[in-house]
Design a protein. Structure first.
Length: 400
């Protein structure tokens, strides 16, 4: 048993050393690492036998987690290994045997700037109330972005932050704020139960790791409506799908009311994709940012107009700080973070982006002036060493 436990430590230590993001373990297969988005089999450890996997499960799970796994055949948990790191783990059964996937969680939360996230997210994070949704596919960096936003609040506001996670990933220590982190399955039974309870804990900011069901969405909307800042995630691809998903979670007879509620409380929908870095040694986020301006409120109230959102996002960069995926990708390309091929492979409209790269403006195009002229972080074109009137920017984006 000690030998198998030592093998787990060796596997995880190597993964952390070479900056893999995920580790896949299953019987009769060598460990597989995800490195820069690609799966790589690590043959040096050889195929894992059933007894190896059984011992690893015994090592990683506590008694409650073993009982949950026995009952449901799957369980999520956090796992720490001294001198190596912290991991988010999913244990599951497949073809009658056990599989595990470990995701590496960095020890510290990187600031928004270091993550190459848009500066407007700093302003979004410091809103006093409303709903902020960070969306994207699995593995797109949603949890990292949420943690960075929570840490920004923690460093700049004196408030009470409650997080509800499954499991807790980033450990956030008190700075200016008081931070209480609750883990589903360990500190609470469910997201919805913890969220309802959080409203009685004098919170200013509530972070819900994932809005998994209708009840959680409903309570989150109410929490935002009653004066709290609520941050959460959804597995949606862009802003339009995010609005549709929230409204569509409710029965038809409630959807008109939910559209009104969402139009009133939505602060921002932030969608992201991870692209391969130019040097091949990491990934960078392409980020779409939708802010709830007056015209966006109108569209949320009339979902037949959702197709207008992409052009509104592109046109809203200078005045509000919004940006489309293609604008973000173009900026990453211009700044030398990604190759042209990576940019075009991930663009929403690759043909239009090719023309943009050649300096050709497109009829009816959105607001690309800041990206072409390397404007400031809010998209305003400024001369070198010129100052920007921050009050004007504050006036442009206020929570409705």
């Amino acid at each position: 048993m000690a030998a198998e436990a030592a093998k787990l430590k060796e596997i995880l230590a190597l993964a952390a050393k070479i900056q893999a993001s995920d580790i896949h373990l299953k019987t009769f297969s060598a460990p597989v690492f995800r490195i820069n988005g690609q799966l790589v089999k690590v043959e040096e450890f050889g195929p894992l036998k059933p007894e190896h996997i059984d011992t690893i499960v015994e090592e990683a799970l506590n008694d409650d987690q073993r009982a949950q796994f026995k009952e449901s055949n799957e369980v999520d948990l956090a796992y720490s290994l001294a001198g190596v790191g912290r991991f988010r783990v999913n244990v599951f059964r497949q073809r009658g045997s056990i599989g595990l996937v470990f995701r590496i969680i960095p020890f510290s939360v990187k600031p928004l700037d270091e993550l190459l996230l848009p500066n407007i997210l700093k302003k979004v994070a410091l809103q006093r109330r409303g709903l902020v949704l960070v969306t994207g596919t699995t593995g797109s960096g949603k949890s990292t972005t949420l943690a960075a936003m929570i840490e920004h609040i923690n460093a700049n506001r004196t408030c009470h932050i409650v997080t509800i996670e499954d499991p807790i990933e980033f450990l956030i220590r008190d700075k200016k704020s008081i931070v209480n982190q609750r883990e589903v399955g360990l500190d609470t039974r469910s997201f919805s139960r913890a969220l309802r309870s959080a409203l009685r804990q004098d919170p200013d900011v509530i972070m819900v790791g994932e809005m998994r069901d209708l009840e959680t969405i409903e309570i989150a909307l109410t929490a935002a409506e009653t004066g709290h800042l609520v941050l959460s995630t959804l597995h949606t691809l862009d802003a339009a799908e995010t609005v549709n998903r929230v409204v569509g979670a409710f029965p038809t007879h409630q959807q008109s009311q939910i559209r009104q509620q969402l139009a009133a409380v939505l602060t921002a929908a932030v969608s992201q994709r991870l692209l391969k870095n130019k040097d091949g040694r990491g990934r960078v986020p392409a980020v779409e940012v939708l802010l709830n301006t007056a015209i966006v409120k109108e569209i949320v109230l009339d979902l037949s107009r959702l197709k207008e959102l992409p052009s509104i996002i592109e046109r809203g960069h200078t005045n509000y700080g919004m940006q489309s995926f293609d604008q973000s990708i173009y900026q990453l390309f211009r700044d030398g973070h990604i190759t042209q091929k990576e940019a075009l492979d991930n663009a929403t409209s690759p043909d239009d982006l090719v023309l943009r790269m050649k300096g050709v403006a497109i009829s009816g195009d959105g607001d690309w002036s800041a990206f072409d002229d390397k404007g400031n972080q809010f998209g305003q074109k400024v001369e070198k060493n010129a100052s920007v009137d921050s009050k004007t920017i504050d006036d442009e984006f206020e929570l409705g």
